[in-house]
Design a protein around this ligand. Structure first.
Ligand SMILES: NC(=O)c1ccc[n+]([C@@H]2O[C@H](COP(=O)([O-])OP(=O)(O)OC[C@H]3O[C@@H](n4cnc5c(N)ncnc54)[C@H](OP(=O)(O)O)[C@@H]3O)[C@@H](O)[C@H]2O)c1
Length: 349
């Protein structure tokens, strides 16, 4: 494996909302350099480059051909990720791909296959898994000091008000509360409890057949259970809680939490009732970079400098496991893609 030395040249593929946020955090990461940006429209790439730097290209093809680009950040709607990643791999570039990497597990397997075939690095841009608070909490929970996790609850949703052609509402671009929001509670539960053994789901669909509200229950190792919701019609608390046999962990904005709080419960003794103890704050040892996206950028750089082709923080198998769960959830709630593609399990192998 060739190791990368010097600054890592980033190419940003697309100029939408998350591309801007990502470029903001990229500027804060030492050893990372915005080399270029590519858009379907040159004017859009030029405006982006004027704000964030880098060479502007009026096509994705030109972006991936730039020799100064080592790694491409794919920031298009989910339905386009596989084609965009393929373009980057074929040009010899590494890829950080926005979540969810694809619409279903079959396409994600194809993306992983392409990365291996071209011997390139691939990571889902699951910033939550790279976040210092989440990493610190996961470590504590796994060490057993917080007790045995029994119930996890996580909810993510906000009301989407956008024109019908917006990616959040257009079925052809992968609009789905599950794919956009549900991927976070499912990933959070996976990180804290390990892979799900089973998931049960119910959902409400729009007239276009988009899942707009989803409720899921999952069963994990050692009998731990999770309840998770995703919505594009309502304002959820964006909170998560983990109840253990020693107390309770609580997080605000659980997909990028500033801190987690563990409140131990002082056991009943001598006729006294059990009562909450002193809350303990859990946060990472490193400060949060920018809006929280800097850590996935650091992780890509760390992996590439070490010659890795996947990240231990967001391994391919984790991305695939979550997509398989989402395939299962979609099947249970009756969502099929607007593109007419049948659910993965119904496709010929
Ligand atoms: N990690 C996070 O916190 C986070 C947050 C938001 C979104 N995301 C993910 O990032 C991806 C993009 O989301 P976004 O909110 O940035 O979307 P967006 O604002 O709609 O931007 C998407 C961009 O993709 C490009 N594009 C190419 N073909 C397109 C088409 N047919 N229709 C629309 N856009 C097209 C466009 O850029 P050009 O015109 O420049 O080519 C467009 O600006 C999604 O997969 C989403 O799940 C992640």
């Amino acid at each position: 494996m060739t190791e990368l030395t010097g600054d890592l040249g980033w190419g940003i593929l697309a100029t939408g909302k998350i591309a801007h946020t990502f470029a903001h955090d990229l500027a804060l990461v030492p050893g990372a350099r915005l080399a270029a940006v590519g858009s379907r429209r040159l004017a859009s790439a030029e405006a982006f480059a004027a704000e964030h730097g880098g060479t502007a290209y009026g096509s994705y093809e030109e972006l991936v051909a730039d020799p100064g680009v080592d790694v491409v950040y794919v920031a298009t709607p989910h339905a386009l990720h596989l084609d965009n990643a393929r373009l980057a791999f074929e040009a010899g570039k590494h890829v950080l791909c926005e979540k969810p990497v694809t619409l279903d597990a079959a396409d994600a397997e194809e993306m992983v296959r392409l990365a291996r075939h071209h011997d390139r690095f691939l990571m889902e841009a699951m910033w939550t898994a790279c976040h210092p608070t989440i990493r610190a909490l996961r470590e504590r929970l796994r060490s057993g000091v917080l007790g045995r996790p029994r119930h996890l609850h996580a909810e993510l949703g906000f009301r989407v008000e956008a024109p019908p052609e917006d990616r959040m509402l257009d079925p052809a671009l992968g609009a789905s509360a599950l794919l956009d929001m549900g991927v976070y509670p499912l990933t959070f539960a996976h990180l804290m409890l390990g892979p799900a053994l089973e998931v049960h789901a119910t959902g409400d669909l729009s007239r276009d057949g988009i899942d707009v509200d989803i409720s899921m229950t999952g069963r994990y190792a050692d009998g731990a259970l999770a309840t998770m919701t995703a919505s594009i019609t309502s304002w959820s608390s964006r909170r998560a809680e983990i109840a253990t046999d020693l107390g309770r962990v609580e997080l605000d904005d659980f997909h990028h939490p500033a801190r987690a709080t563990f409140t131990p419960v002082v056991p009943a003794e001598g006729g006294r009732a059990a009562e909450p103890g002193e809350p303990v704050e859990i946060s990472g040892t490193e400060p949060v970079i920018g809006r929280g996206y800097g850590h996935e950028i650091v992780e890509v750089g760390r992996c590439l400098r070490a010659g890795l082709r996947e990240s231990p923080l967001v391994p391919h198998e984790q991305t695939l496991a979550i997509l398989r769960l989402m395939d299962d959830v979609r099947r249970q709630v009756g969502v099929t893609f607007a593109t007419g593609a049948p659910p993965a399990e119904a496709r010929p192998v």
